[in-house]
Design a binder for this molecule. Structure first.
Ligand code: 5AD
Length: 481
């Protein structure tokens, strides 16, 4: 198998000298070129972050425009696309196990086409086909325009009964700093919350992180187009939009920055709420904070990844801020945005992390008192700067113990914060019926807390006032005030 990263994408089964230009998709979202002669029913399975969910919606858009159909169940599909994550080793292990399972199905149904898309495809490249030779398609995040061409050629092989061992895989792994899919209309599930990608790729070079290597250079979508997208989403019935980017607040379009975008989106008629994820502390400018403080539509919720509370560790991680600067930023945010709900990401056991350095993280979490946190053991990723330059020298057992300590701390803090909300009236955007009780609705507060309450005469899509009367570990329970 040849690596096509430096070459235009081509279909292996037609040879390297037969490049396929990507199908053109026009501004109104209709395919202006290829409509498939080999329409397939495609099941897309998504792993990892919200950006991947958003990319799956984009893939569904590209496929539908070229005459394919996405289906909600694997049983109904003749193509399965697994959209993958590479952020930690266990994310990749999970997908490898899933692929083995899909291979059993393929043995029974040799016409099944199996594709691996997204970050893990981009990360493992040839090694993915070594580990899972039954995979028909390997495609990275910047190559999705080639999906119709790939499916057509693979479907042709299937239809002409090319034997499984003779089927050549289709590989698309070129990263393209100009690809922003701005002209593609994603296909979303109906609902009240829509995710909107405003930026792709990442230019930060955190030493632990694989993202810049699998998603390429940072690029922002035009502000005007994003505002139009939000208007369309509101027309479709969405009430809340979550702006997505790897370092979402480094967004820029000519002279407009992230704060300008927040204001502009906040002014779209009919939009109730806007959130964003994930910002980088070093890009938390006054312009962003002003928009959070002043625009009533921008939620009082910030997911602000800390990673470590030790300046020395942050330096080894190349996070470009100190622990002190982060604390100062949090004070400023809390001053400017009253009732701010603050959440974070933490990594324990990063290269060389001493007990003292770990305790600085512990202490910082105890001082800041996050509403909630995602906490991880450091997982070395091949290709990152840390993998090249810093030994992964903290024993697994120590990583596990440190993780347990901060999880316990955070669980107590989250419970305390939730309990303190008992008696409060919170504004909840109603999302749907509670899974456990058809007489109740669930929704989120401005601060992104899940809240459950009896329906009374409220409706999905409405913002209602709920008086909190009790809590569970991660949920507020109440009734309409
Ligand atoms: N090991 C563990 N956690 C990681 N993250 C990113 N890379 C790694 C890694 N190599 C975490 C960070 C990031 C979140 C999305 O995943 O905390 O903010």
């Amino acid at each position: 198998m040849k690596d096509d990263t430096l070459f235009p994408l081509y279909n292996k089964s037609e040879g390297a000298d037969a490049p396929h230009p990507p199908p053109k998709v026009s501004q109104d979202g209709k395919s202006s070129g290829v409509t498939s002669m080999h329409a397939r029913r495609v099941y897309i399975e998504t792993y990892g972050c919200q950006m991947n969910v958003s990319d799956s919606e984009l893939m569904a858009g590209i496929l539908t425009q070229s005459g394919h159909q996405t289906v909600p169940h694997l049983d109904d599909a003749d193509v399965v696309l697994v959209n993958t994550c590479a952020i930690r080793e266990n994310a990749e292990t999970k997908v490898i196990n899933r692929l083995k399972h899909l291979n059993h199905r393929k043995r029974r149904h040799p016409e099944l086409i199996i594709g691996v898309c997204g970050c893990m495809a981009q990360h493992l490249r040839d090694r993915l086909l070594d580990a899972a030779p039954y995979v028909d398609l390997v495609m990275g995040p910047d190559a999705y325009r080639n999906l119709p061409v790939a499916l057509d050629s693979l479907a042709r092989d299937v239809e002409s009964h090319v034997s499984l061992t003779d089927r050549d895989p289709f590989v698309g792994l070129r990263l393209d700093k100009n690809e922003d899919y701005a002209d593609i209309a994603p296909i979303r599930k109906e609902g009240i919350r829509a995710w909107l990608t405003i930026q792709r790729g990442c230019d930060k070079m955190c030493t632990f992180c694989i993202v810049p290597f699998v998603r390429g250079r940072e690029r922002s979508l035009p502000l005007k187009l994003l505002v139009e997208d939000v208007e369309k989403l509101v027309d479709q019935g969405f009430k809340e939009v979550v702006l997505l980017g790897q370092t979402v607040n480094s967004y820029h379009d000519d002279t407009a920055d992230f704060g300008d975008l927040l204001y502009a989106v906040g002014e779209v008629n009919g939009l109730e709420r806007v959130r964003f994820t994930s910002p980088h502390p070093a890009d938390a400018t006054d312009s962003m904070i002003d928009a959070m403080a002043n625009s009533p539509v921008v939620c009082n919720h910030l997911h602000l990844p800390l990673q470590s509370g030790s300046t020395e560790v942050l330096e080894r991680m190349r996070r470009t801020y100190t622990a002190e600067a982060y604390r100062t930023l949090v004070s400023k945010l809390r001053e400017r945005v009253p009732d701010l709900s603050l959440t974070t990401d933490i990594i324990v056991g990063f290269c060389g992390e001493t007990d003292e350095e770990f305790m600085e993280t512990y202490q910082m979490m105890a001082d800041i008192r996050y509403d909630s946190a995602f906490m991880f053991k450091y997982s070395e990723r091949e290709g990152t700067l840390a993998h090249k330059a810093l030994p992964d020298d903290i024993p697994e057992k120590v990583k596990g113990e440190r993780l347990e300590q901060i999880i316990e701390l955070q669980e107590n803090i989250s419970a305390d914060i939730n309990n303190a909300a008992i008696g409060d009236i919170v504004a909840v955007l109603v999302e749907g019926e509670s899974r456990r009780d058809a007489d109740r609705y669930h929704g989120k507060t401005d601060g992104f807390k899940t809240t459950v309450f009896p329906k009374a005469d409220s409706h999905i899509g409405e913002i209602v006032s709920v008086r909190v009367h009790s809590t569970t570990a991660h949920t507020l329970i109440g009734e309409i005030a």
